[in-house]
Design a protein around this ligand. Structure first.
Ligand code: NAD
Length: 301
């Protein structure tokens, strides 16, 4: 994976306490503009992202809509397949199989989680590795582990882009990733430890005995547990980089795993929530979609 972006041309914005504010909205917009320019330079070939949504979960509907909107801004077309929550396993599999076989579709994203009772693994197994822009199939995960060309899951890839864009050192640094899901924490810990990135990684989870002890000497902390304000001042070493992936819906709105107000004056750099990792997830989905079109030979390299 190349995780390079243009160097920062202007001093980055700071939080009130002086930490670098790692702005995912700005980097997403830069990424979308870059993809648009790349597609223009290629003569505007047809590049298509297909999404599959099962059920009527409101947040999932919002995520899918914003993915289509940003795809259009990047010069891509998109296709949406929506099935009712009552859809059978066979119906969902048929929809995904159609997209897998459609030569006009380059990327397929099945919005997760699927409603209870549906077998996610069986559905994901139908997505060909080249079209797996979410990077969650067995083939993509295997390629990631082996360091072979393939799609990297969008949220971990977005975190790596933010670190790169804001010039955060990783080599020889200690990183703690909190949360070990296949979607975020596990692949992110692999990416951070990879040769060339070279962080020393601790993967913390719900059975970690002493999270404060695990975090307090870390140079980089990534919160991906989905527990509101889990990371407080006692977890954070002065100057540490804090990346918030967690999103909890509370009465106060969307709240991250990191207690932003309590730690921003201690941190050296921090992502806002919202406005940090979320927009970068979409940016990386679009990057993966253009890459999928290249892998499929629909767009020249
Ligand atoms: P998940 O529920 O699959 O995994 C949560 C992980 O957190 C588990 O591995 C669990 O062991 C760990 N955990 C739970 N409680 C803990 C605790 N007290 N201490 C340490 N570890 C604990 O969730 P997921 O799908 O990986 O998502 C995690 C969070 O990230 C959610 O809030 C989700 O909404 C959010 N998310 C954000 C983005 C984004 O783009 N920003 C993308 C995907 C998910």
């Amino acid at each position: 994976m190349t995780v390079s972006a243009d160097p920062i041309s202007t001093p980055p914005a700071r939080t009130p306490g002086g930490a670098i504010r790692m702005d995912g909205l700005v980097l997403r917009d830069e990424t979308v503009a870059r993809l648009r320019a790349e597609i223009d330079a290629l003569g505007n070939p047809h590049v298509c992202l297909a999404t599959v949504l099962v059920g009527d979960d409101k947040p999932s509907q919002v995520y899918v809509r914003s993915k289509h909107k940003k795809a259009a801004e990047a010069g891509m077309s998109s296709k949406h397949v929506e099935l009712p929550a009552t859809a059978s396993q066979a119906e969902v599999e048929a929809a995904v199989r159609d997209l897998a076989e459609d030569p006009d579709v380059h990327g397929i994203l099945v919005q997760l989680p699927l409603p209870n009772g549906l077998d996610e693994d069986a559905v994901l197994d139908l997505v060909p590795a080249e079209k797996d822009v979410d990077g969650l199939t067995i083939a993509s995960m295997g390629r990631l582990m082996r360091g072979r060309e393939g799609h990297i899951p969008c949220t971990p890839k977005g975190v790596m882009r933010l670190l790169d864009r804001y010039g955060i050192a990783t080599s020889g640094q200690t990183a703690v990733v909190i949360g070990r899901s296949l979607l975020v924490g596990l692949p992110l810990s692999v990416l951070l430890a990879r040769k060339g990135i070279d962080a020393t990684v601790t993967l913390a989870h719900s059975r970690t005995k002493d999270l404060v002890a695990a975090c307090r000497n870390a140079d980089i902390i990534v919160g991906a547990a989905g527990i509101a304000r889990l990371i407080t001042a006692e977890h954070v070493k002065p100057g540490a980089t804090l990346i918030d992936v967690g999103m909890s819906r509370t009465e106060a709105g969307i709240v991250g795993d990191i207690d932003f107000d309590a730690v921003e004056s201690i941190a050296g750099a921090i992502t806002p929530m919202p406005g940090g990792t979320g927009p970068m997830t979409i940016a990386c989905l679009l990057e993966n979609t253009l890459e999928a079109a290249r892998m499929l030979g629909a767009v020249r390299r």
